[in-house]
Design a protein around this ligand. Structure first.
Ligand SMILES: *Cc1c(COP(=O)(O)O)cnc(C)c1O
Length: 433
């Protein structure tokens, strides 16, 4: 399997290089050179297949033999370890719950699959694979759980002291094993600067194979296409015209859906749902891509003013906005509407959504109203307890924190305190080789 850079289609890498390096040397994003289609009888057979079987077939088809089948099976069995159920609210709309993983967010799928692939590709390398991540909270948790106990990989997470929530900090600092946390006396930007400098340092690169768990890594995108097939399987009996409403920030989730469609999944429409950071919905109307400074909202995982995966979407359609509009429609939702939706979903269906899911629900409801034959799912990208302040406030209840997260509260934090100083950071990394 070969991939090319979105900046230069002549610049190619194989899957191993694309996964271990994340970014192309010219800073472009990797895209598969060829997106193969699945046989039509695979789509027919979906209802007879388990989620893991579906994931295996999709990955096998995409990878084109790059990873032997037995190894690929092991990778899938290690990473696709929790369900992606569609909880139907009525007979036309359901919630695709993507939060059944360890950190309670859909990012668990990407992080776990990336960890399994990196571990596989680093076998036989005499340098230990060291993942450095700077986090302002959320991504760090998914990465920490995703790489926990993965053989041959050490993870170092840098986070800014006093700037992440208590439970987020517990996710980063209590897992132990191969996950190490450094609490930086500084900002998120300081953390990121230290990581960037480490990647350029000769001595560190001599002893470690350094990698980032970057969100633009193709290995994070690929497993996200698996659950579109899994959701389609569950929606099939409700109608033939199936749509997905995807709450979007950097548009990794939505891009994975577009790839699933290219592989043959007959999705009628993708609804790109955003908050007021509506760069892509605007693009779908005007044909002009105008990145902006992001605006803070209550669905803050989508506060993105220059979505990184836009380059991949643009590439998939060769820059033809009319072609993109055949597959996709944009919709944006304000904070006020989001709160109203959280309440409406609860009052009408006794279902607790999170702010990101509520944005997608509103977009889906609007679409279904205008398309009487359509049925669809909105993506619940995080468990509501991850945004308990907003949810409790909107619903006037206290949402339950799932056991697997609550249990961390009583565990002891283990983090190395450090100044935001590269010499200290480097000395530390060299001392733990
Ligand atoms: C990351 C995230 C998103 C945005 O996903 P993209 O793939 O970046 O579009 C939406 N909701 C939640 C809860 C997230 O954590």
């Amino acid at each position: 399997m070969l991939l090319y850079s979105t900046n230069n289609s002549a610049l190619k890498a194989d899957l191993k290089e694309a996964v271990l390096k994340s970014l192309a040397p010219d800073k472009g994003l990797y895209m598969p050179e060829f997106i193969p289609t699945l046989p039509a009888d695979f789509i027919q057979a979906l209802p007879t297949l388990s989620f893991q079987e579906i994931a295996f077939e999709v990955a096998k088809t995409l990878f084109q033999g790059f990873i032997p089948e037995a190894d690929l099976k092991t990778i899938i069995e290690r990473s696709i370890t929790f369900a992606a159920p569609v909880h139907m609210l009525d007979d036309r709309a359901g919630s695709l719950e993507l939060w059944h993983g360890p950190s309670l967010a859909f990012k668990d799928f990407g992080a776990r699959f990336m960890a399994a692939l990196m571990s596989y590709f680093n076998q036989g390398n005499d340098k230990k694979l060291s993942i450095l991540v700077a986090t302002s909270g959320d991504t760090g948790g998914a990465v920490a759980f995703g790489f926990l106990d993965v053989p041959g990989i050490e993870v170092t997470i840098l986070y800014p002291k006093g700037k992440v929530s208590l439970l987020q900090e517990k996710q980063l600092t209590t897992l132990g094993s191969n996950i190490k946390a450094i609490e930086i006396d500084g900002t998120f930007d300081d953390c990121q600067a230290l990581v960037k400098e480490a990647f350029l340092d000769k001595e560190l690169n001599a002893v470690y194979q350094l990698s980032s768990a970057n969100s633009i890594n193709i290995a994070r995108l690929i497993p996200q296409s698996f659950y579109y097939f899994e959701a389609f399987k569950q929606l099939k009996s409700f109608g033939d015209e199936i749509v997905f409403a995807v709450p979007s920030g950097n548009f990794g989730n939505l891009t994975a859906g577009l790839i699933a469609k290219r592989m043959g999944l007959p999705v009628s429409k993708f609804i790109a749902a955003t908050n007021i950071n509506k760069i892509v919905p605007d693009y779908l109307v005007s044909g002009l891509y105008e990145p902006r400074i992001s605006i803070s909202t209550i669905s803050n995982a989508m506060d993105v003013g220059n979505p990184s995966n836009f380059a991949r979407m643009f590439d998939l359609y060769n820059g033809d906005v009319e072609a993109m509009k055949q597959d996709m429609i944009g919709y944006f939702v304000t904070d006020e509407e989001t709160k109203t939706m959280l309440r409406d979903i609860y009052d009408k269906y006794q279902y607790v959504a999170d702010p990101h899911g509520a944005v997608a629900y509103k977009a889906l409801a609007f679409y279904l109203e205008g398309h009487p034959e359509a049925v669809g799912a909105f993506f619940e990208t995080a468990h509501p307890s991850k945004f308990e302040d907003v949810v409790n406030d909107a619903l006037g209840i206290a949402v339950e924190i799932p056991e697997r997260l609550a249990i961390l509260a009583s565990r002891e934090k283990q983090a190395t305190p450090m100044r935001a100083d590269f010499a200290d950071f480097k000395k530390h990394l060299l001392s733990i080789v």
